[in-house]
Design a protein around this ligand. Structure first.
Ligand code: PLP
Length: 455
């Protein structure tokens, strides 16, 4: 088919796709980037242009786009046993092996795993587990879910309700009983003259107050990302998890770590909770779990929730929940390989080795008069643009500053993501030092150009 304007890849995509999470005016003006393949941390479009993907796809392609071992693991499993479910006491051997492996690498001494196709479904699944458990234990009123503003937990109905974003109102969400607490972002949310320790203490006091107001017996769980990811890469204020966990424990409210982004190395430890020194009651995993080579999510339950859910399910003979592709053997084979690649082939080591260079790059760009703050942990980072640095005043949203920076980067062969007024970087774990320097050089050029245009 000749690639005319009317018949271009972009026009064909726009005619037949309803884009999600896409700035439509911008894509209509600029055209979609239609990709054909990848090479290491680069992706290549239909015109042969290469882009360094500083977002690892959507945080997930941590081993890059052409890892031979992952493709081989998928092929071998497709040849051997291309699909099965995990209902009715039938389950693939790969699913059993992955479950053992996930508990082995989890922070839990023992536990159980439940599989989904995505991070959103894993969060919805755990909400249903908590509701099921509460009813089984004679506490049907224990249904409310606590999360934080700016936390991102996905798009299915419960996960979207957990997500602390204003766009939820467009859907008439959140559902009743989903309560959002203050985002633990000291730089933005801290009051003038409030120390970071006082800020953390204020957030802990807020949690106490919300529990007292709502009634502890009505709260099923507290979900938190160790580092808020899609809300703009927001590490918690110092001591945050140490301040809130005892309050939750006192009221028998499980703490769930949504590790969809942080899990499997992003923060420099296997789990984000390990980077922040706490052990949750359950973990939500996805993305790097398969290095992005298969859609898969997992709920990893610690010992207490495992035992109680097992007992609750036995009491009514089954836990009536699951997806056709839960524990898909190909996904499990890929996940087993991905975990091996991340933990044993030097990817996690590379995250740790590259982190100082990454932080140095972010902090150098944050010297710009229009960068208010750099934030980061491991290989996830953000630069927040401000109109006025001392007062942290944002640019008017009509200027679309972060979108313009990201678009300028794309024009120069770098994919990075605008999130609010921030630019987010979360490169693949296979990045080299030279590729990291290329990433910062291209971003710096884009920042300079866009800020000089704005004046
Ligand atoms: N939880 C977190 C922390 C996420 O970052 C995401 C996606 O970015 C999700 C859940 C939802 O995962 P999915 O897009 O696979 O449904």
């Amino acid at each position: 088919m000749p690639d005319t304007a009317a018949n271009s890849w972009d026009a064909r995509a726009g005619a037949h796709m309803l884009y999600g999470f896409t700035d439509l005016p911008s894509v209509q003006a600029r055209g979609a980037v239609v990709l054909t393949h990848g090479e290491g941390p680069y992706v290549v479009d239909v015109a042969g242009r290469r882009y360094l993907d500083a977002n690892s796809g959507l945080w997930n392609m941590v081993a890059g786009f052409d890892h031979p071992g992952l493709a081989a693991a998928a092929k071998a499993q497709y040849d051997r046993f291309p699909g099965y479910h995990a209902f009715f006491g039938r389950v693939s051997d790969q699913t059993v092996m992955l479950s053992e492996k996930l508990i082995e690498v989890s922070p839990f001494a023992r536990g159980k795993v439940f599989y989904t196709n995505s991070g959103s479904e894993a969060n919805d699944t755990l909400v249903k587990m908590l509701w099921f458990l509460a009813r089984a234990e004679g506490q049907p009123e224990r249904r409310k879910i606590l999360t934080r503003w700016n936390g991102y937990h996905g798009v299915t109905v419960a996960a979207a309700s957990m997500t602390g974003k204003a766009y939820n109102a467009l859907f008439g969400l959140p559902l009743p009983g989903f309560i959002h607490l203050t985002c633990p972002h000291y730089w933005r949310e801290g009051r003038p003259d409030e120390t970071e320790a006082a800020f953390t203490a204020r957030l802990a006091a807020e949690l106490d107050e919300v529990i007292a107001r709502e009634g502890a017996e009505t709260i099923a769980g507290f979900f938190a990302e160790p580092v808020i990811g899609a809300g703009g890469v927001i590490p918690p204020s110092a001591g945050y998890f140490q301040a809130i966990q005892p309050i939750l424990k006192r009221h028998n409210i499980p703490l769930i770590a949504d590790e969809v982004i942080c899990g499997f190395g992003r923060t420099g430890a296997v789990w984000g909770c390990q980077s922040y020194d706490f052990i949750p009651d359950a973990i939500i995993s996805s993305k790097a779990l398969t290095a992005g080579y298969f859609p898969m999510g997992a709920v990893i339950l610690g010992p207490d929730l495992s035992d109680r859910l097992q007992a609750a399910a036995e009491a009514v003979e089954e836990f009536p929940h699951g997806f056709t592709a839960s524990g898909h053997p190909v996904g499990c084979a890929i996940a087993l390989k991905a975990i091996d690649v991340i933990l044993n082939e030097g990817l996690l080591d590379n995250v740790r080795a590259l982190t100082p260079r990454f932080e140095a790059g972010l902090s150098r760009l944050a010297e710009h008069p229009h960068i208010g703050e750099w934030r980061g942990k491991g290989l996830m980072g953000a630069l927040e643009a401000v109109a006025d640095k001392p007062t942290k005043t944002p640019f008017p949203s009509t200027l679309s500053v972060s979108e313009r920076i990201a678009n300028t980067c794309t024009d120069h062969g770098l994919i990075c993501r605008p999130l609010g007024q921030s630019i987010v970087l979360c490169p693949p774990f296979i990045l080299t030092e030279a590729q990291m320097d290329e990433m910062f050089d291209k971003l710096e050029a884009a920042l300079t150009r866009v800020f000089s245009e704005i004046g």
